[in-house]
Structures are given as C-alpha cells and as structure tokens.
Design a protein. Structure first.
Length: 421
C-alpha cells in the first residue's frame, strides 16, 4: 500500500501540481494533490481509492491480476475499474489540460485513500484532520458504474447498510435427538422460525418501526426510473433465478435502488457434514443485512432488529445480537445547478442524453465526504455492472475509459463557467 501511494504521488507530481502529499493514517496511506492556478474559479475535490480487493481465487484469472493486459477492447487486471482505473481517468484528464493549455480551467484537489475496500475506517478522521486542505465547492467521486454500455449515467442515490449477526443458544452442548428431542427447544428450529417471520406475504419487513423514517419515492422519481431502458427479463435471466420477488407495489429497479431490504446472508448451526448425525444442536446463528434508504439510520435499524429478534424468540433459547457494520444512505441534491452541469459534460463526451440512476449497494464514504464537506457530491462513474469488480478477471471497457477522460475534461470546463459563489 505504501508503494501504491508513492506510485500515484510520483505520477501526479509530473503534472504541475502546487502540492502533492502522502498522508499517513492509522492504517493505509492516502494521496493528496492540488492545482490552485485558476483564481476566481470554483474548486472541485475529486475522490478515489487506490486499495483493491484480494485476488482470490488466483487460479481463475486468465492473466496475472497485477500485470495489466489488453484483450478484446478491454483492460484486464485487479483494480482497473475499482477504482484505480477510474482514478486514472481523472489523472489523464488533468494531464490533457496541463499538456495543452498549460493549466486547469478550475482549481482541483485530489484525494485518493487506501482503505475503501476495508470500510474507510480512517477516512472520517483524515477528513477532519485535513479539513482546511479539502475545502472545495463541489465533490466528484468516480467509483460507480453506468446504467449500461454507452449510457452516460450520474448515480444520485446509494443505499446504506445495517449488518448484524444473531446467535441463538439452547443447551450447553449438542444432545442426542432421540433422548432429548421433543423435550427442549432446538436452536436451529427457533432461528428458522424467527427468520421466516421477518417478512410478510407481501414482501414487507415485519420489524416494528422499520419503515418509519423511509423517504417515499416521488412521482417524478418513479417516472424517471420507469423511463430507463431496463430489460427485466434479461436482468432475471442473468441472475439464474427462476422468478422475481420483492416488496409488492414496486418495480424491480425501485426495489433494488430505493426501497429498504432485509436479507439473511448466511446461516449456521448443527451438523453440516456428510451423512447423518442425529443431534439437537446447542446453538445456531445467522448474519442479517439490511439495505437502507434515506432517512434510515443504521444504528436505529440495528437496534430495532435486535429488539425484535429478542422479542420473537421462543421460550427455551437465549438470543444475543452483535452489530457488525453500518453505513448511511446517500441521496444527491439533484436540484443543485452542478448536476445539470455534470449532465452536459457527460452528454458532450458520449453523444447522448445523460440519465440519473441509483445503485442498490452501499458506499458509506460518500455520505462521510458529503457530510464532512457540506458540498454536493457528483457520483460520476465509468464502470459497467458486469466488469467483475471484486471477482477474478476484473476488466474496464477501453472505450468507456477514453470517453471517461473526455467526460472529466468537459466537467472541468463546464464547472469553470459556474459562479463560484
């Protein structure tokens, strides 16, 4: 990680910045650079990350993950889309101005952290420590995907996350199911009953208060989502699942982008080996994640889920809940003028209208940055949904890469025409 940070710092030093620093943290280092050569013009803060996911399973890679390869109009390697390639798009856009015009048309600051893939655990402290260095009018994050190939897309919403693990304990040890079955509550049975009750027949979560803070979709938002070129049958086919399922009254895109969910991510208990073993298990556990939407708070949802699980546990078992992880949702203020500016920039590069979209996943650092800076956060990503981020054979579409450089350059030009006040 130190070498990665130094490599990036060395590259941007050749682009005429006023300053380049490698900021240490309690974990991995971050790179900061700034170009402040446009007096009277707005300042844009560009965020990215230089850490990547592990490469496992290594044997499934067609070419070595840390030796970039070009095949079939694609760049292959770990981090090419998440997020080193998208950081490099901005680096090349900066280079384009420096090599031609001699300077950028705006003031620009770049922060590239090294811990996004492990939860950005030190980012909030870093932002507070260097708050004066990071003052900007707007923030741009390029760490997301486009709606589809060739469709310029600004992501304007991300779901948050509340992730817990529930433990259900019964007897002090596994017991003979013949000698004790029917006389004691089976923790696996108890947990299965508890989980089954967490949704009603309409697909709604039954935890009391779960929907209290949910910001409903406006009619114009629903119309905009419905207008997107989404092939529901192809989407279902790509999953391998036999049928759609979800909260009644909402489309598939609305369900995965703008409605909260509760899912069991894993369950464990009892005998899991080959063959048969007749026991009454001593314990069972499950990992449960909730994707959250504005204005839900992860700590509040985790508490409500914990209290509900304890309340619905049958007699004869003990329930303990551990809070594993949380992240707050983000919804962009799309009425701010910078979003129209970004739409124009994207459209100029791609030659077609830019669409607003959301993502169902969680990127907690976006809310962290938005809250810390108090500024609009543009999620201007250039990835594709199927580019194997976090998986073997990660790739980046080279056409998107080059159009991304143009988009970033147009964005800088368009922001230069804005009133910095």
């Amino acid at each position: 990680m130190q070498s990665s940070a130094q490599h990036l710092a060395t590259e941007v030093r050749g682009l005429g910045p006023d300053r380049v620093d490698v900021w240490s943290t309690a974990g991995h280092p971050a790179v900061f650079a700034e170009w402040l050569q446009a007096p009277g013009k707005p300042t844009l803060l560009v965020y990215g990350h230089h850490d990547v996911q592990p490469v496992d399973p290594l044997g499934e890679w067609i070419s070595p993950p840390f030796e970039p390869a070009v095949r079939d109009g694609r760049l292959w390697g770990r981090g090419v889309v998440d997020d080193k390639g998208q950081v490099h798009i901005h680096v090349k856009a900066i280079e384009s101005f420096v090599r031609t015009a001699g300077r950028l048309p705006i003031n620009l600051k770049l922060i590239v952290e090294g811990e996004e893939e492990v939860g950005s655990v030190n980012l909030e402290a870093l932002l507070h420590e260097h708050a004066a260095d990071l003052v900007a009018d707007f923030v741009c994050v390029s760490d997301t995907a486009m709606f589809g190939r060739g469709i310029p897309s600004l992501c304007v919403g991300l779901r948050g996350l509340a992730y817990i693990e529930v433990f259900v304990d019964g007897p002090s040890t596994d017991l003979h199911s013949g000698s004790f079955g029917g006389g004691l509550m089976n923790p696996v049975n108890a947990l299965a009953r508890m989980i089954a009750s967490l949704h009603d027949d309409a697909g709604r979560v039954t935890v009391p208060g779960f929907y209290d803070a949910v910001r409903p979709l406006r009619d114009d938002e629903r119309r905009a989502i419905a207008s997107l070129p989404f092939d529901e049958r192809e989407w279902l086919r790509s999953t391998g699942a036999p049928a759609l399922w979800g909260e009644a009254g909402y489309s598939t895109l609305e369900r995965i982008w703008a409605r909260p969910t509760l899912d069991v991510c894993g369950i464990h208990g009892g005998f899991l080996g080959d063959g048969a073993k007749t026991i009454l298990p001593a314990r069972a556990s499950a990992k449960v994640s909730c994707r959250l939407v504005p204005d839900q708070e992860p700590d509040d949802i985790a508490r409500k889920l914990r209290d509900h699980l304890r309340r619905i546990a049958p007699p004869g078992v003990r329930v303990r809940v551990e809070n594993l992880h949380g992240g707050r949702p983000y919804l962009a203020p799309t009425d701010h003028p910078v979003y129209e500016v970004a739409k124009r920039a994207f459209s100029k590069a791609f030659g077609r209208e830019t669409v607003f979209m959301r993502e169902g996943g969680s990127i907690p650092f976006v809310r962290t940055i938005a809250d810390a800076t108090g500024k609009p956060c543009l999620l201007m990503g250039f990835g594709q949904p199927d580019e194997n981020a976090h998986a073997p054979n990660e790739w980046l579409d080279l056409e998107n890469y080059h159009l991304g450089i143009k988009s970033a350059a147009y964005l800088y030009d368009e922001i230069a025409r804005m009133d910095p006040g």
